[in-house]
Design a binder for this molecule. Sequence first.
Ligand SMILES: [Zn+2]
Length: 415
Amino acid sequence: MQPNFDQELEDRLVRYAAIDSQSDETSSSTPSTGIQFDMLNLLVAELQEIGAENVTLTDYGVVLATIPATAPGPAIGLLAHVDTAPQFNATGVKPRVIKNYDGGDITYPDNPDLVLSPQKSPYLASKQGDDLITASGLTLLGADDKAGVAIVMTLARHLLANPDIKHPKIRLAFTPDEEIGRGVGERLPKDLDVDFAYTLDGGDAGEIVYESFSADRAVVTVKGVSIHPGWAKEKMVNAAHLAAKIVQTLPQATMTPETTDGREGFIHITDMNGGSSEMEIKLILRDFELDGLATKGDLLRSVCDAVQASEPRAEITCEIFPQYRNMRYWLENDMTPVELALAACRAHGIEPISAPIRGGTDGSRLTEFGVPTPNIFTGMQNVHGPLEWISVQDMAKATEVCLTLVQKAVAHESR
Ligand SMILES: [Zn+2]
């Protein structure tokens, strides 16, 4: 008989979502906020209680644990992040369960102006009869990624309570600071010690994602010539004018986040700072292919060179730094982790969706470090804002898919 995970998933998400564990990109500590330890320490206690082995909280803020193998096969990692997004209020989250959703508009007790309408969301409309979880109107919910945490914990509890289920060794990892791109440090791959892994951090039921952006960031510095404006004639070089020229020369009607989608990349100015003597422009470059990414870097450099040539007394530098790479470059060499996830989905009658993700995940970094890590759906919707919601039944589907996946892995040789 298929186990029913609905109530446990609901209880766990409600419990975890009420804990404020927002990350902070302006902080330089690890984890970026001390409050993330409230989640990390709770998970340590809960993992010990359900009988997980080797439960540890590393000095870089990751909770690790083992579910021992009951059969041979490749060691599999399951990851979820404990932090919530810094983009919206995450303090005082009051999760609310809507049992047996009637298919109508959803209103919010703490914010009468807010409405979540199935007219605007076909996905919501398709969830009539499901149990939904939302916030109360003033905060995000934090299903991103407390839903992932709830799914991994529910699966772990089920496997540990049923040692007759055959599966290879499973390693669990709960990471901080995913939302600010600092979830996977250099020591995690070795400490995780698996053949491949999955992040539970995706959206619609069926999403199995193994393509992310390749990402660089750039810093352009413009140094002008500073002099008292009263005596500046033919001497001053104003850095602000030159920086404006660079921004004006970069593509605007194309190749920006607001003018692209699908498989198109972009150049995005994230920050501009300074004054007449010196300006700094920060940018991010994104593309699914490395040559496309390099072309965007070349374009930025040529714009800087052209503006430099127009004013030789200025000093313009352009530095480009790699951030993360499309996980497909590694996964296409061995699609086993992806194929297992797709097969597990289909076994539950869910047609997999594998659209490339216009961003990065903890899995992008892990894959680059040698641990192939596709991303599996949780059901989370409208993340990073007050209209965030999730269906308990979607979370249950994700739990069942993972349960099938680890059993299917038994047949596979460890690499
Ligand atoms: Zn997430």
